[in-house]
Structures are given as C-alpha cells and as structure tokens.
Write a new protein. Structure first.
Length: 355
C-alpha cells in the first residue's frame, strides 16, 4: 500500500468541517481538558472561527443543509463524503478543485444517493457504484433518517446540476472567511508538525498499534489529509465511484497530543467506567471476547439490536479504546482490544488502590 502524506490543509474540507461542527453544536473549548493548558487560546480561536463560518453558511447554504448535517455514527456529512470521493493527492487552487468536483459529480448518475447509501452501508459500499435507482431508493428508505430528510436528499439528487451550482456559490461566499484565517490555521498545524517525518511515524504507530484502527485498504493508494477544523477527529473513507480509487484518511492535528494527555487522566478513567456501565456495551464486549471477532450484522443479531444502534455502541467502544477494527473481505470486523483493556484496568487499579 502506498501512503501519500499531504502536508498542507485542504481548504474545501476545512470550510465544511467548521460548518459541520457549527451545525452539530460542537464546542472546541470542551476539549481543553485533553490538551496542554497553553492551547486554551487556540481552542477559543477555533471556536470563534467556527461560529463565523456557521453564521455565513446559515445565510448561504439554502437547500444544501441536508448535505451539511454531521452524521454522528459516521463522523461525516454527505457533502464531505462527496468531496473526498473526488479528491486526489495534488491540490490545485480551491476554484479548480471545485470545478473538478462539479464535473465528477455530474458525470455519475445519482451521485448524491450513491454517497448517501455508502455512508449508511459502509461494509459493502462498492455495491452502490453500479446499482439502479430503485436499489438506491430502497437503501435510502432503510437509512435511519427522518422522512423529511430522506425526501430532501431524494429531491437534491434529482437536481444535481442545480445542487452543484449552489455548492459553488456556498464556497464563493465562505472562502473569504477561510482566507482571512488561513495564516492562523496553517500556523496551528505547523506548530505541531515541524518535524514531519517524526510526526507521520507517530501517527501510524498511534492508531495502528495502540488504537487498533487499521489503515489497511483494498486499494493501492491511501491519502492522509491533515485538518485543523476536525482537530480531534479521524475519518477513514474509501472512494468507490471515481478513478483512481483510493482510501482517504482525514486526521485532526490535535489527535496525538490529546490522546497522550488524556490517557492517564481521571476524566478518561471515569469516561471508560461510564462506557462499561452501559449494559449493552458491556454485553457486546463479552460477546466479542467469547467469539474473538464479529462484524456489525452478527453483533446486531446476537444482541437483538438494530445495526444503527450497534454502530453507535461500537463507535463509543472504539473511542474508549476497548474495541479495535480490521477490514477483511470488504467487511469491518470488531474485536476486543485486549492490550488497551489490560492497560486501562491497570490505570483504574493504580488510581484507586495505589494512589
């Protein structure tokens, strides 16, 4: 697998990130307990930038709002999925990128519904590249969106050319805000990754070996894109519509430092205990321990829960470091992250029995 490490921000994605977090009412300042105290001013600045983006988007997004909703179980919006689907490792000017994305979206019939279907059924997303409209509508019906959102997405899909013109107008309206803060955003990124070779080694070791998140892909190329807007997030998506097909990994610039600080914190221990106190999550861990590994539908059947509910629980268990993921034969398999669980239990013992 060839990993391409991009060393600059992607303006279109940064804009979408701030708008998504504004819509989701995410507060950067809430993460201050996880990073060094001297970064408090940085988080306050990001919060202000987010608000500025969000207020402008409220005036400009119009009928695009369904594409900008942050989908928690998937850690993305449909518009971000669409943009990453069309992304390559060479980032030209944002206007050139936008024209290229528009051309690619309009070259594929039902592009919006295909990306929506892939988000709702990630384990087999390639099947949505070739299926007909009826299959896409059935999948949209199966998604756990409210009926109003489903209808809006169906309507947007039927008017793709008009949608892409509105997307173009949205970015024309919000890009001056990005350009206003571009130097500051680049400074935030560069402040942490002055030695890039050391950083990328840290990144890979952190998430592959410790978090249990696999970057392995069925495609030859993987593109890693840094993000300040998504400072504390990680998103892994695979292109399945546009050639060349590749995996795109969007990683937040604060992930490593936040993880290092919170690993031994009381807040992390309490958060882990809260996760384990949820009966469904605890029973899922017991099921995985007994069965070694399983994919979402298997867990849902065993627990008698919907796949959407399982996705929610699995994300919480992954975030807590208690479960790891690996892809095998185009399926995501979950298993207990035993090394991290042992380490976590030792931390609990240390804090309580040996303070």
């Amino acid at each position: 697998m060839n990993i391409h490490y991009h060393q600059s921000l992607y303006p279109l994605i940064e804009c979408i990130g701030f708008i998504e977090y504004y819509e989701a009412q995410f507060d950067y300042r809430s993460k201050s307990i996880y990073i060094e105290s001297n970064l408090g001013d940085t988080l306050k600045a990001l919060e202000q930038i987010k608000i500025e983006f969000g207020k402008q988007a409220e005036r400009s997004c119009g009928k695009l709002k369904p594409l900008l909703i942050h989908i928690p179980n998937h850690n993305t919006s449909i518009l971000k999925k669409m943009i990453l689907e069309c992304t390559n490792e060479l980032f030209p000017s944002w206007k050139t990128q936008l024209r290229d994305i528009k051309q690619k979206v309009l070259s594929q019939d039902h592009f919006i519904l295909r990306c929506t279907a892939a988000l709702c059924e990630e384990e087999h997303e390639e099947q949505w590249a070739e299926c007909d409209l009826n299959a896409l509508i059935e999948q949209l019906e199966a998604c756990e969106f409210n009926d109003d959102l489903k209808w809006q997405l169906f309507h947007l899909n039927a008017h793709s050319e008009e949608v892409m013109e509105q997307v173009e107008k949205l970015f024309i309206d919000i890009m001056p805000i990005y350009q206003k803060y571009e130097t500051q955003l680049n400074h935030i990124m560069n402040d942490y990754y002055k030695d890039y070779e050391t950083y990328r080694s840290q990144l890979y070791d952190q998430f592959v070996n410790e978090k249990g998140i696999s970057f392995e892909s069925k495609y030859q190329d993987t593109l890693l894109i840094p993000s300040v807007a998504y400072s504390f997030s990680l998103f892994v998506g695979e292109s399945f519509l546009i050639e060349p097909k590749r995996t795109s990994i969007l990683w937040g610039v604060h992930i490593l430092r936040a993880d290092q600080v919170k690993r031994n914190s009381v807040e992390t221990i309490c958060s882990g205990l809260k996760t384990l106190s949820d009966r469904s999550k605890f029973e899922i861990l017991c099921f995985l321990s007994k069965n070694q590994r399983a994919y979402g539908a298997q867990i849902a059947k065993a627990m008698k829960l919907t796949t959407a509910t399982i996705s929610y629980h699995m994300q919480a268990l992954i975030d807590a470091g208690l479960v790891s993921v690996e892809k095998d034969n185009n399926r995501l398999y979950f298993q207990v992250h035993k090394e991290h669980l042992y380490e976590y239990l030792k931390q609990v013992e240390q804090k309580i029995l040996h303070p």
